[in-house]
Design a binder for this molecule. Structure first.
Ligand code: PEP
Ligand code: CO
Length: 461
């Protein structure tokens, strides 16, 4: 790849997959992008730098990354209650991981900008009618009609507005008292009442509350120790629509560097990480922490070349590799990559997306993901990294705080195949519901605990 001069628009003219090229009014798209260029940044460079530092700690085996949220945010499901429920289940999971595995947890949402989707087919056929696929609410509409499937630039503006108000509420939740550890019991969601996972959570919350009472008596309170009263919550999405990302990319006056201010962290999808294509070009020039999905077919040599381009200074925290193989493929695909990364001394965060390689279609036509396969991929991922002397630094989930029925299985509140139709709300891929997500957090905490003991020593070697 030629290292020509980078600018926020240097990706234009390069091959770009999964970016719609069928806007009927190209001028209207350009106008929307110009308008976005004048809008306020959604995040600050300093926040993105702070996340990069935290991820640097993850890369060194000293913290754990919890990234998750909707597959695709939507205009329709935009509601403060949904945001609150997502936030609180993430808080619960983070506490479980912090307490259970003794690890600081870096919390990153797939939120406040996660709209555009790469699709496996450009068209959808229903009852003999062929229409362009739904590509995310910031591009076209989900409704199966010719009008709705036409890309509309106004949707970019609307998605920006929704991202801004989402972020505003998340900042209020994380800084304004809701995230206070004293609220640990209140993060419980009503509908998981009575489940085994919920009971486990209550026992743990009781122990933490006791410890806090003790610390209170010693003078260490949320008033004296802000870490107990608030939390850092970061945003991320797939940087798919480069026109939007370009419009949100601004120079930071203090460092003189470029930041994509649409989110703290952005990732390159599994289908858009070609070395000589537009997405890699755009990502190499922004100074945010970035991630890249890695999966079947990516060879160590190509990964090294991608790391050369995307993280030339081998900065810890700059890049997270999100492995997404499938429960039956991770043990075969991941070892050679982990080995090469270790051998070449590259600093990366290794994270596991156990969702996208485990999607199946049921006889009744629902896309689903079996809970057991999700858990099995996480465990397989951890085993591989452990045997390659690398830190299994994080997980990446598609999840919701709602009581949906999209992924089958789970032991606390089993979702059966015949239940899928009752609360199947996703706009794209099937998500873990709140109980399943919490159950996974407990299981992962157990796994981590068993791997952690000698990790420090082995990572240093
Ligand atoms: C996603 O994360 O929603 C996605 C499309 O994943 P991948 O790029 O791994 O297929
Ligand atoms: Co998805």
């Amino acid at each position: 790849m030629t290292q020509k001069r980078w600018s926020p628009s240097s990706w234009r003219g390069m091959p770009a997959l999964h970016i719609p090229d069928d806007y009927p009014d190209v001028q209207a798209l350009a106008d929307a992008e110009t308008e976005l260029k004048g809008y306020p940044p959604l995040v600050f460079a300093g926040e993105a730098q702070k996340l990069k530092q935290r991820l640097g700690e993850v890369a060194m085996g000293k913290a754990f990354l919890l990234q998750g949220g909707d597959c695709a945010e939507s205009f329709k499901e935009f509601h403060p209650d949904n945001l609150r429920d997502m936030f609180r289940v993430k808080m619960q999971m983070a506490v479980v991981l912090t307490y259970g595995a003794g690890q600081p947890v870096v919390k990153v949402g797939r939120i406040a900008g996660q709209f555009g989707k790469p699709r496996s087919s450009p068209v959808e056929v229903r009852d003999g009618i062929t229409l362009p696929s739904y590509r995310g609410d910031n591009i076209n509409g989900m409704e199966f009609s010719p009008e709705s499937r036409v890309p509309d630039p106004n949707r970019l503006i609307k998605a920006y507005g929704q991202s801004a108000s989402t972020l505003n509420l998340l900042r209020a939740f994380s800084m304004g008292g809701y995230a206070n550890l004293r609220n640990i019991h209140q993060w419980n969601l009503g509908f998981v009442e009575g489940s085994e996972t919920n009971e486990k959570y209550k026992v743990m919350a009781e122990k933490i509350s006791d410890a806090m009472d003790f610390m209170d008596a010693c003078g260490v309170t949320p008033d004296t120790t802000p870490q107990m009263a608030q939390t850092d919550y970061y945003t991320s999405h797939e940087g798919l629509l480069l026109g939007y990302e370009e419009a949100m990319t601004r120079i930071d006056s203090t460092s003189g560097r470029w930041y994509d201010t649409s989110a703290h962290m952005l990732w390159i999808g599994n289908r858009t990480r070609q070395l000589d294509h537009a997405h890699v070009e755009f990502f190499r020039g922004i100074d945010n922490p970035i991630a890249m999905k890695v999966g079947e077919g990516l060879e160590p040599d190509e990964l090294m070349q991608l790391l050369d381009v995307l993280n030339p200074h081998n900065e810890a925290g700059r890049i997270t590799l999100i492995a997404r193989y499938g429960h039956d493929k991770v043990a075969k695909g991941l070892p050679s990559l982990a080995r090469a990364v270790k051998r070449e001394g590259r600093h990366v965060v290794w994270s596991c997306d156990p969702m996208h390689g485990n999607t199946i279609k049921t006889g009744t036509g629902y896309k689903t993901r079996p809970f057991d396969n999700i858990l099995s991929e996480v465990k397989g991922f951890m085993q591989v990294l452990h045997s390659e002397n690398c830190w299994p630094g994080g997980v990446h989930f598609e999840m919701t705080g709602q009581n949906v029925t999209e992924c089958v299985g789970g032991s606390a509140q089993v979702v059966r195949e015949e239940d899928l139709s009752s609360r199947y709300h996703t706009h794209c891929d099937p998500r873990l519901n709140a109980t399943q997500a919490l159950e996974l957090a407990f299981q992962i905490a157990e796994e981590l605990k068993s791997y952690r003991k000698d990790e420090g020593v082995r990572l240093a070697s």
